[in-house]
Design a protein around this ligand. Sequence first.
Ligand code: GH3
Ligand code: MG
Ligand code: MG
Length: 321
Amino acid sequence: MGTIRSDGVETETFSHELLVIDDSQLIHKLLKHNLKVENVHILSAKNGEEGLRMARDIQPTLILLDLNMPGMDGFEVLRALKDDPATLPISVIVISGSDETEDKVTGLDLGAVDYVCKPVEAAELRARVRSALRIAELMAMLEQRAQIDGLTGLWNRKYFDDRLADELSAKQRAGRDLSLALCDLDNFKSLNDTYGHAAGDAVLQSFAKILGKSLRRSDIACRYGGEEFGLILPDTKASAASIVLERVRVDLEETAWPRHPERNVTASFGVCDMVAGGSLEPLAWIETADKALYVAKSGGRNRVHVVDAKAMSEEALRAAG
Ligand code: GH3
Ligand code: MG
Ligand code: MG
């Protein structure tokens, strides 16, 4: 499969990385030749240790693993792959010269998705690789669905918690900017009570669309719960985040609602890009953004409130005595 670049050159793109771990050069050549027609990028490791390293670094979709190798044998490699949370999800097909039932049972029980005996027919190998890739794609899809909110299509609370922790540790590593915003629709209970739950649901869905339209691809919009949303904006200072959120706020306020044209819907936002004492604890960030949201609500709603970073550091200094 090819992709046309903006300069008109066709480049090859692969849907999956496939790692072959085998000590025989001949097998590497043969597998490369046999799998040429499949849409996979084939990488080669010539022993178990190198294979484990590459599996960790590259995270291939599928590994074709030889059993009989000097040094670490295939079963040891398989055990190590399945013991490490970073490589556990990678599908493994064992390709072995042994057709002993005991070896097949051991390989499959250790977590291989398939066991193929050498010499293997090219057509059969291709079909088994395609089957393993289909299962891997389904698993990835299920995993993604479990992180998505059913009503709005935004990421859910679980994903928000995981990503915030990730982003804060990435920030710690690279010293990058990060903004966190919490957002809550105003007087939503009264909207539900007046126009019905279905009208409330439609508002939640439209608000998710407004977020999708206004945020960057790298921003992470989540439904935090009910009518509350959590927004993670990597590489963004709160001053820049507040400009984006102000646009979202106005967009929502100006939306015309077919079910209740006489009633506008608004939202309040609390934004921070640092927390007292420079904490990298997700909970501290959420508390700070939540306090800012409270200020926006108590100040009259329908506004974006950004935490005053200077006041916060003074407060932290005072607290430290
Ligand atoms: P405030 O401006 O202070 O945020 O007031 P509010 O009425 O928005 O806040 P409150 O927390 O009192 O009410 C939130 C309402 O959101 C109550 C709940 O029924 C409604 N809600 C939560 N989840 C959903 C949902 O999935 N669909 C609909 N339609 N309503 C929801
Ligand atoms: Mg609420
Ligand atoms: Mg509310």
